[in-house]
Ligand binder design. Structure first.
Ligand code: DGT
Ligand code: CA
Ligand code: CA
Ligand code: ZN
Length: 576
């Protein structure tokens, strides 16, 4: 069942934002932000804790525990309410525009009465910001570009948000006595990185009862349509969920239809026409007799078309039909193929959980190996030192005795500087079992500079994985520009794997680049980039991205047995 942790984390983050906008103490802002992340990632339901229990949450002190407790008892935090009364919600929305910070948001509100994204756009277009301190022409261009980026992401949500909603709906409906089958379809089943709306299908003995249950689920904020076979609701976060109840003997056809994508369906329908069949959301029909042909599952539907079952992440009409007709569909990686996680953090840097907690959670997932890759000293906010790294290594070696089944790897996530250099001298790096290297700043370098930067990082003999290569954050930051073909060649030549960062707002390398990179013989690693225990399960979204990139398990180093992985990590790596 869902916890209220995200809701409470959201309030603490809102409080932090409002303090920042009103020009409050930057230290206090960070304290609340950290507390918000801790609450969001906490393993117990925070709503069930008393003040003593609340204070045991990392980064939650007495005053924050008091506020959470106040909220749980009264439904409000009075200090937050006071700030809300002073700052319209639209002003807070302004700081979600990339490149617009809290200080500027307050100036815009106080000096120009800008209190929403729309009114900001209007103010820029009508020249009302001219002469306002700190808002030159370049700033205005950046703001307009930021607004456009936000619009493009639109009301689409990342897959993690949609999956949480869909799984809750499917679990609740499946538990209803009259429900026979229930599953989500659409872009979510295809594991797309952003989701427009969630499509849920069901078969039921009592369709009206299932509809009634659906429209009264606790997460429903608004009922958009309540029909006999189709209803739509919206959750508090604005995500639409459609439920369709279909006849039992149409299940396979309906699931195939509503999984999409639309271009894939157009192709399958054409193939059906050639076979004198009609394929629709209502079922498979014999055109000559008009008779409905039973389709209990999708494999039967594809079978009638003379095709093998096609994994949903491939259904984009990007060559999968041709491959299926030739009998050459790729055997894409599955979550069960993953034997370990090679990108994770602990509270030694910006993670929330201790080394012990993270390792215990990794063991519970049945991993054969597990790497801890905390940040390195050049990301100076993380306050990493040689001693801290060595001390962590020692603690890890001792911890290893308690986990004879799992190989613990002491790694680090290095920072690739603008010239392509990384933290620490080579002999210190050689002491790590694994070095991931990633870009964390200077995202706007030219493609040529960025390419050189990646190639140099690959050529470092200690760097084995390039982390979150494009540095995109979905809906917030565009991917960096680089000559990816050149980067792929460097990876292949130096034996450096490219990461698929599985965090749902990253999914980086994106699927299209994964597919292209394979042609250069590049290896991959799927890493959760976990900063808390629950994040280890984000691995599934990285696997989904790999599937959309047509990636087979053998190309992914963390599907390999530990011996093969260690050989790869120990190899010197070719230099230019
Ligand atoms: P989304 O919601 O924008 O992330 O993307 P989808 O793929 O979930 O699209 P959605 O929700 O509009 O429709 C779900 C599936 O239903 C879609 O993938 C294919 C099928 N579908 C919807 N409309 C049409 C249509 O006009 N023609 C065909 N062939 N299929 C359709
Ligand atoms: Ca959809
Ligand atoms: Ca839909
Ligand atoms: Zn990173």
């Amino acid at each position: 069942m869902g916890t209220r942790n995200d809701e409470i984390a959201g309030l603490l983050q809102e409080y932090a934002d409002l303090i920042a906008i009103t020009g409050g103490d930057a230290f206090k802002v960070r304290v609340y932000e950290k507390a918000a992340r801790s609450v969001g990632g906490y393993r117990q339901d925070v709503a069930c804790l008393d003040v003593g229990g609340l204070r045991r949450i990392p980064n939650v002190g007495g005053s924050i525990a008091g506020k959470i407790d106040e909220y749980l008892h009264t439904g409000a935090i009075h200090q937050l309410e006071e700030l809300r009364a002073r700052i319209p919600a639209g002003v807070r929305q302004l700081i979600t525009i990339p490149s617009l910070g809290p200080r500027k948001a307050m100036v815009l509100y106080q000096e120009c009465g800008v209190d929403s994204v729309e009114s900001l756009e209007e103010a820029i277009r009508t020249g009302r910001l001219c002469g306002l301190h700190g808002f030159g022409e370049k700033t205005e261009d950046n703001l307009l570009h930021g607004i456009e980026l936000m619009r493009k992401a639109g009301r689409r949500v990342n897959i993690g948000v949609a999956m949480a909603v869909a799984e809750e709906v499917v679990a609740a409906l499946s538990a209803m006595p009259g429900c026979l089958r229930c599953a989500y379809a659409g872009s979510l089943r295809r594991m797309k990185d952003t989701i427009g709306d969630v499509d849920v299908l069901a078969t039921a003995r009592d369709a009206p009862a299932l509809m009634a249950a659906f429209t009264t689920l606790p997460s429903v904020a608004e009922v958009i349509v309540h029909g006999e076979t189709k209803s739509s609701i919206r959750t508090a976060s604005g995500l639409q969920v459609d439920l369709r109840v279909v006849p039992r003997d149409s299940w396979g056809a309906a699931l195939q239809y509503f999984t999409g994508s639309k271009p894939h369906n157009i192709r399958t329908r054409e193939i059906a026409v050639h076979k004198k069949l009609k394929l629709s959301e209502y079922g498979v029909f014999d055109v000559a007799t008009g008779e409905k042909i039973v389709s209990a599952d999708e494999a039967e539907v594809y079978g009638m078309l003379g095709l093998p079952w096609i994994p949903p992440p491939l259904r984009e009409d990007s060559g999968e039909i041709e491959a299926a007709l030739r009998g050459e569909l790729p055997q894409v990686v599955a979550e069960e193929d993953i034997r370990g996680d090679l990108h994770t953090h602990t509270d030694l840097t910006d993670g929330l959980a201790s080394l012990e907690e993270m390792v215990a959670a990794a063991a519970a997932r049945g991993y054969a190996y597990y790497a801890v890759t905390d940040h390195a000293p050049n990301l100076y906010m993380q306050r990493m030192t040689d001693d801290k790294a060595l001390d962590q290594r020692e603690r890890m070696r001792q911890l290893g005795d308690a986990y004879p089944e799992m190989c613990l790897l002491h790694g680090t996530e290095l920072n690739i500087d603008p010239d392509g250099n990384v933290d620490w001298p080579p002999d210190f790096l050689a002491g790590f079992d694994l070095c991931v290297a990633s870009v964390h700043s200077h995202f706007t370098q030219s493609a040529a500079e960025m390419t050189r930067r990646f190639v140099r990082a690959c050529e470092n003999r200690n760097v084995k994985i390039i982390g979150h290569p494009t540095c995109r954050t979905i809906g917030k930051r565009e991917p960096v520009e680089a000559d990816w073909e050149e980067v792929f060649r460097a990876c292949a030549r130096t034996g450096t794997a490219l990461e698929i960062d599985a965090f749902p707002d990253r999914l980086d390398l994106p699927a299209e680049l994964v597919r292209r990179a394979q042609e250069y013989g590049v290896l991959f690693s799927i890493g959760s980039d976990a900063h808390a225990v629950p994040h280890l399960s984000m691995m599934r979204y990285g696997v989904g991205t790999a599937q959309r990139g047509w990636l087979a398990p053998d190309r992914i180093i963390n599907t390999w047995p530990v011996g093969r992985l260690q050989e790869f990590l120990a190899a010197p790596g070719a230099r230019s």
